[in-house]
Design a protein around this ligand. Structure first.
Ligand code: HEM
Length: 406
């Protein structure tokens, strides 16, 4: 590879969807800062660990997609403000104000109090799976676990969980059906419209009948102190709902595949469950669910690795490549659950560092621990290269289905 623009067809192949790490290694070696055209939008990819970490805190790289330049149009399309104008797509001081409103609810102490409920949800899901001897672990476990947890936290009534899940899955799996790109776009827009309508209704319902949940707490803060606009209540709820389940779901699926394809590491973790916390970090480093951080915008001409990134360009920090950089991790393509050297960038870095990190870690530790305990003969139901995955150019790395037997 050179540092000329890499055309989408060259990078986003089926091979890449199955295993992007050899392509990331080539980019790190030959073109560590390189423009890539994509079916979604063009951007400069930054693939080495040190550059990635620097870029994530570089104030010249803005996250304000809704500024006068209207970068959101390239990424989310028109009419996206109603859901996506949230803290992830804002710079300080807007970002600070929006994040401060919600950060208390995700503080480690608050999250710790949820432990029994998370364990209960894990057990309920596995109670249904265990007698069957086989399962589709994405639909039976990896998706419903974080979805139920975040829905309960937000105060979404149980009767609505399924339809909310259906809409978010249309967004997550976009590009994976046989529909034309126009039909896909229309389906995503339809799902977003319905979600927006639903969440606006949820906010209205919570305003009329407050309860002990995050949406009611946000409304309270908004009414008492005028700190959030009505529109921001909805965009914040959407971000928490979406970020709160789909990354965790994809992570759980990827983690199970990594363990089942590394029997020595699986056996180690079964023997020594006290390794779960470090195992979760290593599994996230090894095959994380968010390969590229959400897009940044160069506010001026930049230089990384001697390569110019012109002002106005979109920039993608490739987390999954940085996490396999041999300059930072010894033998990076080896899964080593006892690895101590870090830290990985799987939860991001800088002001946008994952707000839900404590919750994600708890769900992953309890979820993976219970899977190994309760499904002792767990193995893949199809050869690993036949697993159906999200498309290569998807912003997420995950599985459409994960058939297993046990
Ligand atoms: C931000 C990863 C689970 C809420 C992020 C970012 C990453 C990330 C990499 C930074 C994105 C960027 O800078 O472009 C993950 C992973 C998860 C996970 C790998 C699971 C394994 C969760 C959960 C929640 C959550 C459970 C709960 C609500 C958020 C929010 C942000 C965020 C709200 C935006 C923070 C901001 O803009 O300040 N996450 N996340 N995440 N995450 Fe997570």
């Amino acid at each position: 590879m050179t540092d000329e623009t890499v055309p989408a067809e060259q990078l986003y192949t089926d091979e890449f969807a199955a295993n992007p790490y050899p392509s990331f290694a080539r980019l790190r070696a030959d073109a560590p800062v390189c423009p890539v055209s994509s079916p979604r939008f063009d951007q400069y990819l930054i693939t080495r660990y040190d550059d990635a970490r620097a870029a994530l805190v570089d104030p010249r790289l803005s996250k304000d997609l809704y500024g006068p330049e209207q970068h959101y149009l390239k990424i989310f399309g028109p009419n996206s403000e109603a859901l996506n104008r949230n803290m992830l797509n804002a710079d300080p001081p807007e970002h600070t104000r929006l994040r401060r409103m919600i950060s208390q609810a995700f503080a480690p102490r608050r999250i710790e109090a949820l432990r029994p409920r998370v364990a209960q949800i894990v057990d309920d899901l596995l109670d249904k799976v265990v007698p069957r001897g086989e399962a589709e672990l994405m639909g039976d476990f990896a998706i419903p676990l974080p979805m139920r947890v975040i829905s309960e936290l937000l105060g979404i009534p149980p009767a609505d969980h399924d339809r909310v899940l259906d809409w978010t899955q249309v967004i997550r799996t976009s590009g994976s059906s046989r529909r034309s790109p126009q039909e896909e776009r229309a389906a995503v827009q339809e799902a977003q419209l319905r979600l927006h309508h639903y969440l606006a209704g949820l906010v209205a319902a919570k305003r009329a009948h407050p309860a002990d949940d995050i949406v009611s707490a946000l409304i309270d803060a908004c009414d008492q102190e005028g700190k959030l606009s009505e529109a921001e209540l909805v965009t914040t709820t959407f971000l928490l709902l979406f970020a709160g389940h789909q990354t965790t779901a994809d992570f759980l699926g990827n983690a199970v595949v990594a363990l089942l394809t590394h029997p020595d590491q699986l056996a180690l973790l079964r023997d020594r469950p006290e390794l779960l916390p470090s195992a979760v970090e290593e599994l996230l480093r090894f095959d994380g669910p968010l390969p590229v951080a959400s897009p940044r915008i160069a506010t001026e001409d930049l230089e990384y690795q001697g390569r110019r990134i012109p002002a106005g360009s979109l920039v993608g920090v490739v987390i999954n490549s940085a996490n396999h950089d041999p300059g930072h991790f010894t033998d990076p393509d080896r899964l080593d659950l006892r690895r101590v050297r870090g830290p990985h960038l799987g939860f991001g870095y800088g002001v946008h560092y994952c707000l839900g990190v404590s919750l994600a870690r708890m769900e992953a530790r309890i979820g993976i621990g219970a899977l190994l305990r309760r499904l002792p003969g767990l193995r893949l139901g199809v050869p690993v290269d036949e697993l159906r995955r999200l498309p290569a150019a998807s912003p997420f790395r995950g599985l459409l289905e994960l058939p297993v037997t046990f």
